[in-house]
Design a protein around this ligand. Structure first.
Ligand code: SF4
Length: 216
């Protein structure tokens, strides 16, 4: 840690050390990067040329330029947004589940190393749980919460309403800015997944903690 860095940066880095230790205890790998630019370089350097790569919806990936970099890189890219029909989308999803690398963020993570994610259709959380050989999770330190309950609250009351607004979903959270626990067919909160431990081998899930604000 640099002696002259700002106290808030020092706080983030100190907190990251505790989170990394706890993620490793849960069978995940983890590392900290002060900036999105450094994290981007680290991720790209850890995906071998020719690997198949795909991702789940994430503003973090967009904001840090990772999706653009992957699309331009020496990889076999599986992008569901290129599908022209629902059948094509389904076929690409099947390919996504067998990709070498899956990129995503997390809606929240607790200081003790548990990931919390909310999904509508469930494709993103399904790939987190099993399927792709490696899962890289890019997460701003803003998403770290003191405990599991506060991680769930963050995912439900901060991330989910913001994603509803981004996706123009006509759900009650978009009118009030917090979760109203709706039961609408348009709800994007059908699956709430807590990743307590990584399955599929030690380090299958690797978390890149980032000391900058990214996504929500
Ligand atoms: S459960 Fe409904 S109200 Fe709550 S965040 Fe999800 S979509 Fe919005």
């Amino acid at each position: 840690m640099e002696q002259n860095s700002k106290p808030i940066d020092q706080t983030r880095e100190l907190l990251s050390q505790a989170v990394i230790k706890n993620l490793k205890m849960r069978g995940m790998d983890a590392e900290y990067h002060e900036t999105a630019e450094e994290a981007l370089k680290a991720v790209l350097s850890q995906i071998p040329e020719g690997s198949s790569v795909t991702w789940g919806g994430s503003m973090t990936l967009v904001e840090m330029g990772l999706l653009d970099a992957v699309k331009k890189g020496p990889y076999i890219v599986k992008d569901r947004d290129t599908a022209k029909t629902p059948a094509e989308k389904r076929a690409i999803y099947a390919e996504q589940t067998l990709c070498d690398y899956y990129l995503m963020s997390t809606n929240a993570l607790s200081r003790d190393g548990q990931l919390v994610n909310i999904d509508g259709m469930g494709g993103r959380v399904a790939c987190l749980i099993t399927g792709p050989s490696h899962v890289f999770v890019l997460a701003s330190m803003d998403k770290v919460t003191p405990d599991l309950n506060s991680a769930i609250l963050r995912a439900r009351n901060t991330a989910a309403p913001a994603n509803n607004i981004r996706l123009s979903r006509p759900n009650p959270c978009t009118k009030v800015g917090y979760c109203c626990d709706c039961q609408t067919p348009d709800s994007i909160c059908n699956q709430i997944v807590i990743t307590r431990r990584s399955s599929g081998g030690v380090g299958r899930i690797k978390v890149f903690l980032i000391g900058e604000s990214l996504g929500y």
